[in-house]
Design a protein around this ligand. Structure first.
Ligand code: PLP
Length: 404
């Protein structure tokens, strides 16, 4: 008799985005003449850059000819792309050999699937609030107990709050796998070298492994802040880094990312690199060859320049939101090194109460912070991924119509 993975029953339903859609739809039905403005979009909206379109098109054309056609590629990824990434890291004083880089179809799948190389008893630590994929995959892999009073038993929550600038400290208790999201979605916070070093020190001392989600590092505007965990001494002995072209170059639909597992990273004397290579050989067949050619174009001088401009566009949106909301007395965090703004609700409103207020009074849709963890209660996340005109319109409406 087949049975199911009962851990799925422990998952808390995908309530957040369904509920946002429902409340927005209800409002629109009651107010058909009102224009809704969305500052909750977590997806890129700008078109791909010309250099990237050229790279993608070149590969598509190759597929149309018998002589240049290619089928399956190397599971670990296009060699040229891995070489380009290795050179890219070299500029950050990080030396990587090609076997340490695995090309993926985006960060999310690797962030979740990486759990398959760890033993069942490992204790997982995650920030609160944080991008929900780490939590759900931890639950599915059976590394939590039941959900009681808003928390999973057996999970270590690293609290992010105003006092610590929304950057967590290493756990006080034992944790074996630590997810770090830096810059953080949803708070937009970013860690200094010193703050990351505290995690590396903890991991080395406790023989723990850090899973460093670097999806938003290209949004970091201060050159003194680390863009890779490997900029921290000792990190190669305790850290996996997972990154993506999604938010760097608008690849949310194209789908390419990468995962780095250094050869020096040993667990119970085993190379995690070899386990992951084995896992990928068995359960992954490589990223799309067309998409990888596009990623290679992102890393060309023209691609780097063009995508810097796109990021600058989003970050200008972020400053427009930040300035507009601050001007009317709202407390706004983030938006300086990440496309996320973390807005404290006024007058102790709950996240959902403020969501409703924004929708009803300003016709703006945000995302309730409580959907990212219990410590997100009392905040709303806004994003800078929209079109400039729409962002300006939304901010103007908040400034003029929100009753504070
Ligand atoms: N990591 C974080 C923190 C994210 O916010 C997202 C997407 O929003 C992802 C990973 C997913 O990235 P990808 O599109 O590469 O799967």
């Amino acid at each position: 008799m087949a049975t199911i993975n009962k851990n799925y029953k422990k998952l808390q339903g995908g309530y957040l985005f369904t509920e946002i859609a429902k409340r927005t739809k209800d409002f629109m039905e009651k107010n058909p003449k009102v224009k809704i403005m969305r500052l909750g979009i977590g997806d890129t909206t700008r078109p791909l850059s010309p250099a990237v379109i050229k790279g993608l098109s070149k590969e598509v054309k190759k597929l149309s000819n018998e002589k240049t056609y290619t089928g399956y590629g190397d599971t670990e990824g296009n060699k040229k792309l891995r070489m380009a990434l290795s050179l890219f890291y070299k500029k950050r004083n990080v030396d990587l050999n090609l076997q340490e880089i695995f090309i993926s179809d985006g960060a999310k799948s690797d962030l979740a699937n990486i759990q398959s190389i760890f033993g069942p008893g490992n204790v997982v630590a995650i920030a609160d609030p944080v991008y929900p994929a780490y939590l759900d995959s931890t639950v599915i892999f059976g590394r939590t107990g039941e959900f009681v009073n808003g928390k999973y038993k057996g999970l270590v929550y690293m609290e992010c709050n105003e006092e610590n600038g929304f950057v967590p400290s290493p756990p006080k208790q034992k944790a074996d796998i630590i997810y770090l999201c830096n810059p953080n979605n949803p708070t937009g916070s970013v860690a200094t070298k010193k703050q990351l070093k505290a995690f590396v020190d903890y991991a080395l001392k406790n023989k723990a492994v850090i899973i460093f989600d670097a999806t938003y590092v290209e949004y970091i505007s201060d050159e003194t802040l680390p863009k890779s965990i490997y900029e921290i001494e000792g990190a190669k002995k305790c850290s996996i880094e997972i990154n993506s072209f999604s938010k760097w170059a608008g690849f949310t639909g194209v789908r390419v990312g990468w995962t780095i597992i250094p050869m020096d990273l040993l667990v119970e004397k085993n190379k995690l690199n070899s386990l992951w290579a084995r896992r990928q050989g068995c359960m992954f067949n490589g990223a799309s060859n067309v998409a990888q050619e596009g990623a290679l174009a992102v890393m060309s001088p023209a691609g780097i320049k063009e995508n810097k401009n796109t990021i600058a566009y989003y970050m200008k949106n972020a400053s427009i939101i930040r300035n507009g909301l601050s001007k009317i007395g709202l407390k706004v965090f983030g938006g300086e090194h990440a496309p996320y703004l973390w807005v404290k609700t006024p007058n102790n409103l709950s996240s959902w109460e403020f969501f409703n207020k924004l929708l009803n009074e300003a016709h703006v849709v945000g995302t309730p912070g409580s959907g990212f963890g219990s410590k997100g209660e009392g905040y709303v996340r806004l994003t800078a991924f929209g079109n400039r005109k729409d962002v300006e319109e939304a901010v103007k409406s908040i400034e003029e119509n929100l009753k504070l």
